[in-house]
Design a protein around this ligand. Structure first.
Ligand code: NAD
Length: 473
């Protein structure tokens, strides 16, 4: 763990291991923190806050720029570690490290643009002045699926805003979190400004972070279920929250789209990170005239993906995170096939890879709303494809979910693209595009997908308090 600028053990002295999901190999051990350690980290962040908030935006930017350079200098090593600990192929891991570093550079710049405002008064002798100031100590809780970028997406804007932080990473990927803190440490992070508490048992640490009066804000990325629980606890103490939660992204492929372009793009996105992405397309609706051609190209792409260890040359998809994730995917596929879905490819564990949590890229055709896979977030390499007839119903089909994170639209008709974007209840929409994310663009969801945004100018607002002074002249 990393508390008050020092690498340290848990107060209890306990540790827990991290494993490679492709082989079961034990990769290392980290301290197994508990409530005591969380309190120590909160105390360090609270002590560091007054001095950190006093630094100039230019000083904070310089630290973040050094961290950006440090992360890029170590990109290969961090990516290799990520491939082993989280499972994604090396190329995808490298892309994640660069994306993660982008948040440090982008918010280094944005720190300098935390502007205020003057507001005219109805009184001749009065002026209003609005200023933005850091909210205080931030508690950040992050998931395993993007074990580096989800950390910088929170720490970048929080530190840029002048907040201090305590970060609790997912128990599956603590070594990646340690690598991020090594970069911050080497960049010259002042003691206490960001603190890392690793634990195999998140609930007691979560209880401290959501209840301690010194914590002003909770920022969470993970499942809707855990997010809801943390939000309830935070509400009891009226803490500010940002929640980046689950998704169940629809993709709409209209009859005027290029079916091959759509199939290639959606296949690349669906099987990225073995489907373990909150913005992964989980319901692919294809208008009837293109259904056959789309399925053919899509399934051919899926069947071609080589599954294996992320560090092996030519591997396009790694394992799932654990046995529970694998069991969930198998359950969803069996349920769908039992209810009449057509298995176009995959639907099994690949041969010769029994040592890890692997599942073959799977395409299910003719999926219907009665099937679990239609409603439940999949978080695995399973693509449900659904035909539709009436383009006027497409938006209603896409919106038929409690989630509202990402959606995708394929059409060559500009008016249709525009109207569809306006009608979709989702926070992030790709139009003939499968990567609608960047450090500069706000990322976040509606409905059960969460509250708040990360990235872009909206991302730093989450860490700022607004203050108004009415001044008599
Ligand atoms: P999860 O909710 O199980 O875990 C996320 C984090 O919460 C982990 O750090 C975990 O240790 C912690 N946690 C669990 N119980 C806790 C408790 N009682 N108190 C405090 N912390 C607790 O989710 P996961 O399986 O790690 O991640 C997958 C989920 O994350 C998916 O639903 C996915 O859609 C979502 N996700 C969302 C985004 C987004 O930006 N919207 C990005 C990535 C992942």
């Amino acid at each position: 763990m990393y508390i008050a600028g020092e690498w340290c053990e848990a107060a209890s002295g306990r540790r827990f291991p991290s494993h490679d999901p492709a082989t079961g190999e034990r990769l290392g051990e980290v301290p197994n923190g508990d409530a005591q350690d969380a309190e120590r980290a909160v105390a360090a962040a609270a002590e560091a806050f007054p001095a950190w908030r006093e630094t100039s935006a230019y000083e904070r930017a310089a630290l973040l720029q050094r961290a950006h350079a440090g992360m890029l200098a170590r990109a290969e090593a961090i990516a290799r570690l990520m491939s082993r600990e989280q499972g994604k192929p090396l190329k995808a891991a490298l892309a994640e490290v660069r994306y993660a570093a982008d948040f440090l550079a982008w918010y280094a710049e944005e720190a300098k643009r935390v502007y205020g405002r003057t507001i005219p008064s109805a009184r001749r002798d009065q002026r209003f002045l609005l200023l933005r100031q850091p909210v205080g100590v931030v508690a950040a809780i992050t998931p395993w699926n993007y074990p580096v970028s989800m950390l910088t997406r929170k720490l970048g804007p929080a530190l840029a805003a002048g907040c201090t932080a305590v970060l609790k990473p997912a128990e599956q990927t603590p070594l990646c979190a340690r690598a991020v803190f090594e970069v911050l440490h080497e960049a010259g992070l002042p003691p206490g400004v960001a603190n890392l508490v690793t634990t195999a048992d998140p609930a007691p640490v979560g209880e401290v972070l959501t209840a301690d009066p010194r914590v002003a804000k909770i920022t969470f990325t993970g499942s809707t279920e855990v997010g809801r629980r943390l939000a309830e606890r935070a509400a009891r103490h009226l803490k500010r929250i940002s929640m980046e939660l689950g998704g169940h992204a629809p993709a709409l492929v209209f009859a005027d789209a290029d079916p091959v372009h759509a199939a290639k793009g959606l296949a690349a996105l669906k099987f990225l990170n073995a489907g373990q992405a909150c913005i992964s397309p989980n319901r692919i609706y294809v208008q009837r005239p293109l259904y056959g051609t789309f399925l053919e190209t899509f399934a051919a792409r899926a069947a071609r993906i080589r599954v294996g260890h992320g560090l092996e040359e030519g591997v396009g998809m790694g394992p799932l995170v654990d046995a529970a994730a694998l069991a969930k995917v198998e359950r969803q596929v069996a349920d769908a096939v039992g209810k009449g879905a057509r298995l176009v490819c995959g639907g099994h564990r690949p041969e010769g890879l029994e040592g890890g949590f692997f599942y073959a890229p799977t395409v299910l055709a003719d999926v219907t709303p009665e099937m679990t896979v239609y409603r439940e977030e999949t978080f695995g390499p399973v693509a449900p494809v659904i035909p539709f007839d009436d383009p006027a119903e497409a938006v209603a089909l896409a919106n038929d979910t409690d989630y509202g994170l990402a959606a995708y639209v394929y059409t060559r008709d500009l008016a249709r693209a525009w109207r569809t974007v306006e009608g979709l209840d989702f926070g992030i929409i790709g139009v003939n595009d499968v990567n609608p994310t960047a450090a500069a663009a706000p990322f976040g969801g509606m409905k059960d997908s969460g509250l708040g945004r990360e990235g872009g100018p909206e991302g730093i607002e989450e860490y700022l308090e607004v203050k108004v002074a009415g001044i008599s002249l």
